[in-house]
Design a protein around this ligand. Structure first.
Ligand code: KIV
Length: 270
């Protein structure tokens, strides 16, 4: 078996991820329940319980209405399904407005779930929050670039780092968040060359989504990459399966067999 497809056999920790800086890229995926987390166990280094579940699984227009209770519920389920990946909890909008509130929210997450790190969105203005959490034993992934929780303030989703000024600002964010104690950076929706430049400059690993292939790892939303979420497909999403079509094909066959009484046959009856 090639190194690239080798399964992951040991528990992945924050230290494991730190040590991957500049080495073989880290694979990360979202998960929201025990069933799929179990399927992803041993296949990826990191699982993000992302607030994207609010859109892909709850049909909300954006991530802003996700709550701490809702995210804790899903994270508990993911914890039951996956043993090996590092589990990252996505702090929902409005739960980390100040360092004190962030510590209170993240402490609850750590007490009630098996999450080993939290992710927060924001640039250098969030450095005091990252510092507060890191100093209290809570590992932080800092998410910069396109930040879905800012969609209403920004008036939409816009690729970042198109001008030299924006690229410079993103670099300043990355350095400030690293300095504040973030153990990894998530770089979303930015020009690939900007993400590569940030990756080459910072000492902590970068995980990209819509940020080109120069980062230390990649993350995708599982229902996007496996073709279950069909409402829209951003350019950066590669579909590795046509999940929705597989389900529909299975359902059509089931309906046909129910209607014709071919199911259940003897094999599936008592
Ligand atoms: O919530 C989420 O799934 C995310 C990814 C888009 C990185 O934040």
């Amino acid at each position: 078996m090639s190194i690239q497809s080798a399964p992951i056999e040991k528990k992945v920790t924050v230290r494991t991820i730190r040590e991957r800086k500049g080495k073989e890229p880290v694979t990360m995926i979202t998960a929201y329940d025990a069933l799929f987390a179990g399927l992803f166990d041993g296949e990826v280094e990191m699982i993000l319980v992302g607030d994207s579940l609010n859109m892909s699984f709850c049909a909300e227009p954006d991530t802003l209405s996700a709550t701490l209770d809702q995210m804790i519920y899903h994270t508990k389920a993911v914890c039951k399904g996956a043993r090996l990946p590092l589990i990252v909890f996505d702090m929902p909008f409005g739960t980390y407005a100040t360092p004190e509130q962030a510590l209170e929210s993240a402490t609850r997450v750590f007490r009630e779930t098996c999450a080993e790190a939290v992710k927060i969105e924001g640039g250098r203005e969030k450095a005091p929050i990252v510092r507060k959490l890191s100093e209290n034993g809570i590992a932080v992934v800092a998410h910069i670039g396109l930040m879905p929780q800012s969609v209403r303030a920004e008036g939409g989703y816009r690729v970042q780092g198109r001008s030299e000024e924006e690229a410079k600002s993103l670099m300043e964010d990355a350095l400030a968040l690293q300095e504040a104690g973030a153990f990894a950076l998530l770089l979303e929706g930015m020009k690939a060359e900007v993400a590569t430049r940030i990756t080459e400059t910072v000492k902590i690993p970068t995980i990209g989504i819509g940020a080109g292939n120069g980062t230390d790892g990649q993350v995708l939303v599982w229902s996007d990459m496996f073709g279950f979420f069909e409402a829209f497909k951003p350019k950066f999403v590669k579909r590795y399966l046509n999940g929705a079509e597989l389900i529909r094909r299975g359902l059509r066959q089931y309906r046909k067999e129910v209607r014709s009484r071919a199911f259940p046959d003897e094999e599936h009856s008592y």
